[in-house]
Ligand binder design. Structure first.
Ligand SMILES: [Zn+2]
Length: 91
């Protein structure tokens, strides 16, 4: 999935969830823009990088760097995943 902010790269998806039910949450983030979106209640594809819900802060930071700014949790599930994002000054 390419980054919605431009053609500089692709976003990464990281999952947190239950390995049994394969239902959890996802963080979709761009390593170049350092912006991410938190998505709740997603199905986790087999083989995807996944952390358990009781993972430590260090494990979470290793997966998604603390410098990545996450937009607020999705409160409108009917909205499409891709949404307008702020223009980065000087980009
Ligand atoms: Zn980007």
């Amino acid at each position: 999935m390419p980054c919605p902010n431009g053609d500089h790269g692709r976003v990464r998806v990281f999952y947190t969830g239950d390995p049994e039910t394969r239902i959890g949450t996802a963080i979709v983030w761009c390593p170049d823009c350092r912006q991410g979106i938190y998505v709740s209640r997603v199905g986790i594809p087999p083989g995807a990088e996944t952390l358990p819900f009781d993972a430590t802060q260090e494990e979470g930071d290793a997966a998604v760097p603390p410098a990545v700014v996450l937009l607020p949790p999705d409160r409108a599930p009917e909205q499409p995943l891709r949404r307008p994002t702020p223009v980065v000054q000087g980009a």
